[in-house]
Design a binder for this molecule. Structure first.
Ligand code: KG4
Ligand code: ZN
Length: 371
């Protein structure tokens, strides 16, 4: 079937994201965001991590209201959609299945093409989201359901400063830590990655050891602002390439806390801010050390960050400082597009739509999906 768009016809992409514990739907018209609705799942806080079975059940519950709200906030109807873009992976299989099955059904019912999206590419292309949001307050009284909408209300299209090609992106999330070279909207080359855990896990695991709820990254960030980042030291692994490894530092952190609490049972309570500040500063130094090395090696000075951990205030400010020192052009996503959201899936879908990169309806989720 020919899905090319005639001149003067708008391209409406509905994006769906359900790879982990956020159910999200966004609508993009001609590359401009009209709505972005996310339902978060607070149920996992008590378990210290995402429980896959509970996550997929909550996606089942949330997906229809979230899609409905996104359409209403965008003030469009299903019949106007040009295509459905959906996260295929990487992520939790059960969670991905909910979004993917829903997207397939919608595509089939509306006779419009399906576009499959790599979640990590989505995180990176979040830098290209343009906003013209006048979404009103449709869900403002639904906060108890943990629904949230993109907060910026603007009458005109506003685009963040966008990277130019080629650029490097340090992509840091709960499941990934990568340095990617991007030469075009849909051209990604993996230059370095973690050999074991992701940096988001290193944040979340440390938070769990400190008795903080999941996800602990934002809480470590909060306490770190009040602490002394030079007080405690942690080891940095030495790998031969620019890859990362975070499992050693996680274990070192555990032993450090065990030893200190043996000496003083109130060690954590008395030193929470300094522990968080020192640990966070250590992780950031390590992330930026390899990023600097890759920038030097590739001679690329357009530098972006993306993914949940790019919401970290320490990482954001240290990147700016390093960028000034090395004459980089740095790109930091808007806060609401750092953690999982469907706007990043819809914008990636838009660029795939322009290239007519559609997929068949028999695709299955990819828990592991290389960039
Ligand atoms: O991209 P994301 O929402 O989901 C995945 O694709 O994994 O990233 C979630 C990760 C979690 O590990 C969370 O703790 C971390 O991002 N995170 C942060 C901050 N906000 C979210 N880590 C450190 N500081 C933050 N402010
Ligand atoms: Zn993510």
């Amino acid at each position: 079937m020919d899905h090319s768009v005639k001149q003067n016809e708008n391209i409406f992409i509905l994006g769906i994201e359900s790879s982990c514990d956020d159910t999200s739907c966004a609508i993009i018209r001609d590359g401009v965001l009209l709505s972005n609705i996310t339902a978060n799942q607070s149920i996992h806080e008590q378990y210290g991590g995402v429980i896959p079975e509970l996550a997929s059940r909550d996606h089942q519950k949330n997906i229809v209201p979230v899609v409905d709200a996104a359409l209403k906030n965008a003030n469009i109807t299903l019949s106007q959609l040009s295509s459905i873009a959906v996260t295929r992976g990487p992520g939790l299989s059960g969670s991905l299945l909910v979004g993917l099955s829903f997207a397939k059904s919608l595509s089939l019912a509306l006779h419009i093409p399906l576009i499959e999206i790599n979640h990590m590419q989505g995180h990176i292309l979040a830098h290209f989201i343009e906003e013209k949001i006048d979404v009103g307050s449709y869900l403002s009284d639904e906060k108890e359901n943990n629904f949230s909408e993109s907060p910026s209300i603007q009458q005109q299209i506003s685009s963040n400063k966008q990277p130019t090609f080629p650029f490097l992106c340090l992509t840091v999330s709960g499941g990934h830590t990568q340095i990617i070279k991007i030469t075009d909207y849909l051209n990604f080359e993996l230059l370095a990655e973690t050999e074991d855990d992701a940096v988001g896990e290193a944040f979340d695991k440390a938070a769990k050891i400190l008795g903080l709820p999941y996800p602990g990254g934002p809480l470590i960030d909060k306490f770190a602002k009040l602490g002394d980042a030079t007080k405690y030291k942690f080891p940095t692994p030495k790998l031969k390439n620019y890859n990362y490894s975070f499992s050693g530092v996680k274990t070192a952190f555990l032993y450090f806390i065990q030893e200190q609490t043996k000496l003083n049972s109130n060690f954590i309570e008395e030193n929470m801010n300094d522990i968080c500040a020192s640990y966070q500063a250590h992780l950031i130094r390590y992330l930026l050390k390899n990023l600097l090395a890759v920038s030097k090696e590739t001679n690329i000075t357009q530098i972006a960050i993306a993914g949940g951990v790019s919401a970290n205030s320490g990482l954001r400010s240290e990147l700016e400082i390093l960028g000034k020192k090395h004459q980089w052009h740095t790109y930091i996503p808007k806060f609401e597009y750092c953690t999982d959201n469907a706007a990043m899936i819809a914008i990636t879908g838009y660029y795939k739509f322009l290239k007519q990169e559609f997929c068949s309806l028999d695709i299955t989720p990819l828990a592991r999906y290389k960039i």
